[in-house]
Structures are given as C-alpha cells and as structure tokens.
Unconditional design. Structure first.
Length: 188
C-alpha cells in the first residue's frame, strides 16, 4: 500500500488526504467497496455501491498527463454504467492546475452540481476544505439525489471511524453537504 499512498500524499494537499491507517481500514473493512486500481502511471481510489461510484482520489503521473491515460481510466469507470461523483477543487487563480482539472472533467462529460455546497474541516489539519461536486451520469439526476449520494459517500468514506482513527467526532453529513439556493432562484 505504501507506494501508491506515498504518491497520493506527495500530490494532494494535507487537507484532502486521509491517513494511511484510515485508508488501510477502509480497504480491509469495506473490502469490495473501497478499492484501489493502479498502473505504472496512475492511481485510482474509489468507493463503489450498487448505484454509484465515488472517486476518492485519481492521480496520473506528471509524465503521463496529456497522453490520454486519465481519459482511459475515467472511461473504464463509465463502463460500470453508474453515477460517478467526485470532489474537485474550485478554480483558483492562485493554483492554475485547478482550471486544468475542471477542464479535464468537463471534457469527460462531467457536470458541476452548483447547488451542492461542500465544506469540510479536516480531522487532522483542522483546515477547511471547500470543494465542488462533479458528476457523470447517463440520465438526468436531481440535486437532491446527488447530495444524498454524496452524503452517503462522506459518511462511509471520509467520516468512517473518525473517532477511532483521529480521536474526534466527524462533522455531520448535513453540515458538510448542503443544497444552496442558486442565484436565479433567489431572484424570483
């Protein structure tokens, strides 16, 4: 486990990473649901339920970016014919990579769920993480449905055994994930 975990830790900021013991526990106790797919130039960590897939981490090595490898990994997930949801850093002028990531997902026909507000406090660093929720589905899904699946993923993956692993009670899913009023709805 340590090789792919080390690659993730090197790339992702601390406020987005789980501890190695957290990931080991997920892989052992949610065997068949929490999975790692890796190759020489990519790592994909995901949680799969009968009706959706939550991509926890996806990393393509810097030497392979732009080669189509990321598209192939995402296409493999799409072959499952399930809703795919993931968290993406909002576009930020301070980090040009954020715009590249958003463009990548848009090219893969992922849509941003602008009505879903995601704000989580990391159990170790205490930093607030604000993320956008992107999803792919063959059919239209309501925001209520999407936020319900994200809450389930949050509880089963991010908040899983937080008290035991980090010594803190995780934030409730209803506090982390909320439906917000969109500007157009406010104008009415």
């Amino acid at each position: 486990m340590s090789h792919w975990f080390a690659k993730l830790r090197e790339y992702f900021p601390a406020k987005e990473m789980k501890s190695e013991s957290h990931m080991k526990k997920l892989l052992m106790e949610k065997k068949g649901l929490y999975k790692v797919d890796e190759g020489p130039h990519y790592t994909l960590v995901y949680f799969e339920k009968p009706d959706y897939v939550f991509i926890d981490y996806i990393l393509v090595s810097s030497s392979s970016r732009g080669s189509g490898l990321g598209s192939k990994v995402i296409s493999k997930m799409k072959e499952k014919n399930k809703l795919i949801i993931l968290e993406v850093d909002p576009v930020s002028p301070e980090d040009p990579e954020t715009e590249k990531r958003v463009r990548f997902y848009q090219k893969q026909n992922f849509k941003k769920a602008p009505s879903i507000q995601y704000e989580r406090i990391h159990p170790v660093t205490g930093e607030k993480s604000v993320m956008d929720i992107f999803y792919w589905s063959k059919s239209h899904l309501s925001d209520e449905y999407l936020v319900g699946k994200m809450k389930n993923a949050y509880e089963e993956v991010h908040a899983y055994k937080n008290e035991e692993l980090y010594g803190i009670t995780p934030q409730p899913a209803n506090q982390v994930l909320q439906l917000r009023q969109l500007q157009a709805q406010k104008a009415e």
